[in-house]
Ligand binder design. Sequence first.
Ligand code: GUN
Length: 288
Amino acid sequence: MREREICDMATVIDGVRVAAEMRERAAGQVRELVARGVTPCLAVVLVGDDPASASYVNMKERDCAEVGITSLDHRLAADISQHELDALIDRLNADPAVHGILVQMPLPAHLDAESVMERISPEKDVDGFHPASLGRLVRGLPGFRACTPAGVMEMLRAYDIDPTGMRAVIVGRSTIVGKPMALLLLEANATVTVCHSRTKDLPAVCREADLLVAAIGRAGMIDASYVKPGAVVIDVGINRTDDGLVGDVDYVSVEPIASAITPVPGGVGPMTRAMLMVNTVAAAAAVE
Ligand code: GUN
C-alpha cells in the first residue's frame, strides 16, 4: 500500500526547466570566452526541406542565439551531390572561426550519412557521431558525447537519480541513442541491458528495470505492462501522430506506477538541444 502511495505521485522530470538552466550556464561560459576574444560558432547544415528536420534546425539556431553562440546556417537543396556536401564539410573543417559542425540527420537516401559523419573533424564533432567520438566513449576517454543520451544523464543528475547499482534497460540499439546510452549508464555504474526488435519477451525484460529508457520510435508502445512499479522511465521517443507529438511511452498508463517519468514534449527533447549548446561551448573553449 505504501508503495502505491509513493508511486501515485511520479516525479515529472521537467526537461524544459533543466535545459533552460543548462543554457544559462552555457551563456555564462560564452560571455567569458567572448571576453577572451572567442565567440563560439556552430555551423548547422540542413539538406532538403523535411519539415521536421527544418523545425529541429530552427530550434537549434534559436538556442544558439539565446546562449550567444553564432550559428552559420547552410540550407542545401535535397538533390545536392555527395561531392558538394563533402566540399562544404571540408571548408567548415578548415575554417578556424567554426567550432562545431552539425549536419542534421537523416540525410536524403542518395547521400552517405556514414561518410559525412566521418568527414567532420573530430574536434568539431559536437553531435558525437564520429567514430573517434564513439571510440573515446567506449574507452572512457574525454570527448564529445551524443547529445540525446548525454542529455538524459544530465536530467538524471538534475533530479539526483544515481544509476549506481540500478538495473537499466534500454529499448532501442541505435548508434545515436541506444548504444551510447548503454555506455554512459555503464560508466555511471548501472547494470545495463539493451533490448531491440528481436528481444524475446520484451515486456518481461523491461519489467526488471529500475531505470527504463525507451528509444524505439513507436508511439505509446511502452505501456504499464512493461514497467515495474517505482521505476524511473525516460522517454526518448518523438513520434508525430494525429494526436500531435507523443513519446514511445504510454504516459497515461505508466505515470501512475513510475517513481519518475519524462513527458513528451518537454522531456528529453529540450535536453538534447541544450547538450548541443554545451558541446559547442566546449569545442570553442578547447581551441582557445
Ligand atoms: N536527427 C535526430 N537527432 C539528431 C541529432 O541529435 N543530431 C543530428 N545532427 N541529427 C539528428
